[in-house]
Design a protein around this ligand. Structure first.
Ligand SMILES: *[C@@H]1O[C@H](CO)[C@@H](O)[C@H](O)[C@H]1NC(C)=O
Length: 339
């Protein structure tokens, strides 16, 4: 009897513990809010749409004042981007960063800003060397404020990787490394993740003869690729693990990854882009994020991730770029992702 009680006590303890752990490590799923359309709803209406669909995180590409105002006390976590044209200035001094914070952050007490994204896909490139000093200046500018726990990061795309397949061969290009090594040191010191924009769609669309659709869409019935002891059932995992490998190669095994953008367009490239394919990808991506599973290389590091993007945006370049949206500008879904 005593031992039975002990078993029950242990079971209860284990279940309480797992609930506490689950609450602390709630996987965060978000949607990017792009504004390059001349027919989009007002930011306040957009935030209502996020709430109606229980979308917990919003990625903004610039500190839009109307959006930030509407986000006050909304409970939505925000990943806040800086504009590329501000990077030189932000990199120039702590005072310049402080003035940016005073304008774009301080007035919005009650907005739950998780990360400031210092540069979106600017590495490699002429702005790449601004990123680290801008991150440092913004961090100094925030210290002592009510936003001092906001983490700085930057978002990169696959162009920073010189090798990515097999995932264990993942390595940054020399060009990317010249700015990334300092940034990775900063991320490591501040316990912030690297943000990555990862699109199995583009890999598949570029090479459909070698990349299986089911591998790109999380629908493969079994492992498709093997890398040493690891088996890959989907391309997104392989992409993420290539970043982990590249960071390990630079001696930063402790830096994590957040997927700042992923998605699949519903039109614009023939039968590669149908609402059904976009639904399948995004639904499975969502399922993965919500399940809190990691990747074959780091099964215990759950991934946070954002779907790109909330709306079809008519001012982007014609073709797939205009068709990544989950919603039409009038707020009706392009396909029933949240049904
Ligand atoms: C697109 O159409 C081609 C030609 O009919 C076919 O071979 C291919 O499998 C189709 N792809 C998809 C994703 O449906």
């Amino acid at each position: 009897m005593a031992s039975l009680c002990a078993v029950f006590a242990t079971l209860i303890l284990a279940s309480v513990l797992s609930q506490i752990l689950a609450a602390n490590a709630q996987p965060a799923f978000g949607v990017c809010y792009g504004m390059q359309g001349d027919n989009l709803p007002s930011p306040a209406e957009v935030i209502k749409l996020y709430k109606n669909h229980n979308i917990g995180t919003m990625q903004l590409y610039d500190p839009n004042p109307e959006a930030l105002q509407a986000l006050v006390n909304s409970g939505i976590s925000v990943i806040l981007g800086t504009k590329d044209e501000d990077l030189h200035n932000l990199a120039s001094s702590v005072e310049a960063a402080k003035s940016w914070i005073d304008t774009h952050v301080e007035p919005y007490q009650g907005v739950n800003i998780k990360y400031i994204v210092v540069g979106n896909e600017v590495i490699p490139g002429e702005l790449a060397l601004c990123v680290l000093p801008a991150m440092q200046n913004l961090r100094s500018a925030l210290s002592g404020s009510s936003f001092s726990s906001v983490a700085m990061s930057t978002a990169v795309s696959g162009t920073v990787l010189g090798a990515s397949y097999p995932p264990s061969s993942g390595a940054f290009t020399e060009d990317a490394k010249s700015s990334l090594s300092g940034i990775l040191q900063f991320l490591s010191d501040t316990h912030a993740p690297l943000l990555i924009n990862a699109y199995p769609y583009f890999a598949y669309a570029a090479d459909p003869t070698h990349i299986r659709l089911d591998y790109a869409q999380f629908t493969a019935p079994g492992p498709v690729a093997r890398d040493g002891d690891l088996s890959y059932w989907n391309l997104l995992d392989a992409m993420v693990d290539a970043y982990y490998a590249a960071m390990e190669r630079e001696n930063f095994p402790n830096v994590g990854v957040v997927i700042s953008e992923s998605g699949w367009p519903s039109a614009g490239n023939g039968n590669f882009t149908t609402p059904q394919l976009a639904l399948t990808y995004n639904q499975n991506f969502l399922k993965k994020i919500k399940a809190g599973t990691g990747t074959p290389k780091r099964p215990d590091s759950h991934l946070d991730g954002n779907i790109f993007v909330m709306f079809n945006e008519n001012l982007k370049s014609a073709g797939v770029e205009q068709n990544f949206g989950l919603f039409y500008p009038n707020g009706t879904p392009v396909y029933p992702i949240f049904a």
